[in-house]
Write a protein that binds this ligand. Structure first.
Ligand code: SGN
Ligand code: CA
Length: 539
C-alpha cells in the first residue's frame, strides 16, 4: 500500500514538473459582440450626455476604449452585418442592400472561430433572410423582428412565438445560454443583437410610461433647408415633419388621425401601427392605450392651431421619447450581461464590444433614418473592453470601420485571417499602438430607388475632408471641409480655393476603388441586378 502511494506521489511530482516546464499558452479570449440596430452615438452618454443616460453601456467605456471616429462602409442594416461577418466590402460580399439575398457561400469569421474550437451563439436580429452559418446555437428574429410578442427562429426547435418585449426576451435568451449551455471547456463567441431602437420605436411598458413625459434638447440643424448641398439631401425622404408616419411612428391613434383629417393618413401607416401595436395582448394593450391616450388627447386639442415649426418640434419630442425609451431597455440588458460575466469570473478573459449596425439621425438636418455618408449615419458607436490588453478609460480617434471586426476577432483567437478579407485588425490600437491606422475610409451606399430615397453614392472620408459622388439618376460631386464645417452644410466642390484638395482626393478615391476592387463596371452590374429585382416585384 505504502509503496503504491510513494509511486503515485512520485508520478504526480513528475507530471507537476512537466506542466511547469511546458510553455504557458494564454487562454484564448471569449468574445461578446453586442450590437443594436440604429443606435446613434448621440444617444450613448459615454459619447454625449445631452439626450440620455446609458450607465451600463458606459461601463464598457469606463473599463475599455471609446472610439470617436468608428464608421461603417455602407450605412444600412443587413449590408452592415454582412460586412462585419465577412470582413469584405458590400460590392465583394454581394449584400449591397436590404433586398439582395446574403450569399451563404461567403466565409464568415464565426465559421472560422467554430472550426478552430470556439463555441458560437447568435441571439436577436440578423436580417439576412437566411440562417447564420458557423453557429452552434442561434435564435434569430425573422426579417426586422417585432417589438411585442415576437416570432423567433430557433436552431433547435424551428419557429416559435414568444410572449413579452423583444429586448428583454433577447437578453433572457442570451443569459440562459451563458448560464446553462455554455461549454466551460471552450472559449466562446456570443453575438447579442438587439432589434431596438429600430423604427417604429416601441419601448417596454416601464419605459414608455417614463419617457412620454420627458423633453429633449433640439439639434441645431432641426430646421435645415438643405441649401448649400446637392440634389440628394433635398430629395431624401427622411424629414421628421414631412416623411414620418403619424400613426406608425408618432403613435397618433388611427381614429384620431381621421378625426383631424390628417392628409397623411394613408393605409400603409395604419397597417404599420396595427402591425406593431396590434401585436400586443389585451393586458399590454391596455397599458399602451392608457399611456398614449392623454398624449393623443392633448395633440387633438393643439393640432388645429399648430404652426409647421411647432409640428416639427412636437414630432421631434415624440420621436425622442420613444427612441430613447427603447434604448433604456437595451442599456438594462447590457448591464445584466456585464453583471453575469463579472459574477462568474468571465470578465477578465472576455472581449466585450458594443456597437450598432450604423449611426442614425436624431433630428439633425431635420432627419431620421441613416444611409448617407454624412456623419451621423456614417459614424457608429464603438466601445470595446478587454482587460489586460486595452487600457481602461481610453479614447481613440482613428477611423476604424465595421470592416475590421472579422480580422480583429480572428487575430484575438490566434487564427490567421483569409488573405482576401479587406479590413485591418484593431489589436494594435487596443494595445495603444496603431497610429495612422487608416488615412482614408471608403464608403458605398446602393439602395435606391427605395424607402427614404437616398441616392446611390460612394466616397472617400479623410480626417479633414469628405468627397462624395452621387450617381444613378444624377451625376453630382460634393466636397465637405470637416474641419470648418462640422455639420456638413456647405458643399465646396466648386469653390476654387479647394481645387488642389479636390484633385488630391479624386486621386485618392480612385486608388481606394482599385485597392478594394470596386469599379464603374460593378456599379453598373449592381444597377442591372437591382432593376431585375424591381421587375420581379421584389422591391
Ligand atoms: C423599414 C423602415 C425604414 C428603414 C428600413 C431599413 N420603415 O423599411 O425606415 O430605413 O426598414 O431599416 S418602416 O416604416 O417599415 O419601419 S434597416 O435597419 O433594416 O436597414
Ligand atoms: Ca439598422
Amino acid at each position: 500500500m505504502k509503496k503504491i502511494s510513494v509511486i503515485l506521489l512520485l508520478l504526480g511530482g513528475i507530471v507537476g514538473v512537466f506542466m511547469a516546464l511546458k510553455p504557458h499558452k494564454p487562454k484564448r479570449p471569449n468574445i461578446v459582440f453586442i450590437m443594436s440596430d440604429d443606435h446613434a452615438y448621440q444617444a450613448i452618454s459615454a459619447y454625449d450626455k445631452r439626450l440620455t443616460s446609458t450607465p451600463n453601456i458606459d461601463r464598457i467605456a469606463k473599463d475599455g476604449m471609446l472610439f470617436t471616429n468608428a464608421c461603417v462602409t455602407n450605412s444600412i442594416c443587413a449590408p452592415s452585418r454582412a460586412v462585419i461577418l465577412t470582413g469584405k466590402h458590400s460590392h465583394i460580399n454581394g449584400k449591397i442592400d436590404n433586398y439582395f439575398p446574403f450569399d451563404t457561400t461567403n466565409i464568415t469569421f464565426p465559421q472560422l472561430l467554430q472550426a478552430n474550437g470556439y463555441q458560437t451563439a447568435m441571439f436577436g436580429k440578423l436580417h439576412f433572410g437566411n440562417n447564420p452559418k458557423g453557429f452552434d446555437e442561434f435564435q434569430i428574429l425573422p426579417d426586422q423582428g417585432n417589438y411585442y410578442n415576437p416570432d423567433i427562429i430557433t436552431k433547435k426547435e424551428g419557429p416559435k412565438k414568444l410572449i413579452g418585449y423583444v429586448t428583454d426576451l433577447i437578453t433572457d435568451i442570451t443569459l440562459n445560454w451563458l448560464k446553462n449551455e455554455r461549454d466551460p471547456e471552450k472559449p466562446f463567441f456570443l453575438a447579442y443583437l438587439h432589434k431596438a431602437p429600430h423604427r417604429e420605436w416601441i419601448p417596454a411598458e416601464r419605459h414608455y410610461k417614463e419617457f412620454i413625459h420627458k423633453t429633449f434638447p433640439e439639434p441645431s440643424t432641426l430646421f435645415d433647408n438643405y441649401e448649400g448641398r446637392g440634389t440628394a439631401a433635398k430629395e431624401a425622404e427622411m424629414n421628421l415633419l414631412k416623411h414620418m408616419n403619424w400613426a406608425g411612428d408618432s403613435k397618433i391613434f388611427p381614429e384620431n388621425m381621421k378625426k383631424l383629417g390628417i392628409k397623411e393618413s394613408h393605409s400603409y401607416d395604419i397597417a404599420l401601427y396595427n402591425g406593431t401595436v396590434g401585436r400586443m395582448n389585451a393586458a399590454q394593450r391596455k397599458i399602451w392605450d392608457d399611456t398614449y391616450r392623454p398624449m393623443n388627447e392633448e395633440f387633438i386639442k393643439r393640432y388645429p392651431t399648430m404652426t409647421e415649426k411647432e409640428k416639427m418640434q412636437w414630432r421631434y419630442q415624440r420621436y425622442m421619447q420613444d427612441y430613447l425609451g427603447c434604448i433604456a431597455s437595451v442599456d438594462e440588458g447590457v448591464g445584466k450581461v456585464l453583471d453575469f460575466l463579472k459574477e462568474n469570473g468571465l470578465d477578465e478573459n472576455t472581449i466585450v464590444v458594443y456597437t450598432s449596425d450604423q449611426g442614425f439621425y436624431l433630428g439633425e438636418h431635420g432627419w431620421f433614418d441613416k444611409r448617407f455618408i454624412f456623419d451621423e449615419s456614417f459614424k457608429t458607436p464603438l466601445i470595446v473592453k478587454w482587460p489586460g490588453i486595452i487600457k481602461a478609460g481610453s479614447k481613440n480617434s482613428q477611423m476604424v470601420q465595421n470592416l475590421d471586426f472579422a480580422q480583429t476577432f480572428l487575430e484575438a483567437a490566434g487564427i490567421k485571417p483569409p488573405s482576401d478579407m479587406q479590413g485591418e485588425s484593431l489589436i494594435p490600437i487596443f494595445k495603444g499602438q496603431g497610429k495612422n491606422f487608416r488615412d482614408a475610409a471608403y464608403y458605398h451606399y446602393y439602395e435606391y430607388p427605395s424607402v427614404h430615397m437616398v441616392k446611390r453614392h460612394y466616397g472617400i472620408v479623410t480626417e479633414q475632408f469628405k468627397l462624395i459622388h452621387f450617381y444613378y439618376d444624377v451625376d453630382e460631386w460634393e466636397l465637405y471641409d470637416r474641419r470648418k464645417d462640422k455639420n456638413e452644410l456647405k458643399n465646396v466642390y466648386n469653390d476654387p480655393a479647394y481645387a488642389k484638395i479636390k484633385a488630391d482626393l479624386h486621386k485618392k478615391l480612385a486608388q481606394l476603388r482599385i485597392k478594394y476592387k470596386d469599379s464603374e463596371e460593378l456599379d453598373k452590374m449592381y444597377i442591372a441586378k437591382y432593376k431585375e429585382l424591381e421587375k420581379s416585384g421584389k422591391i
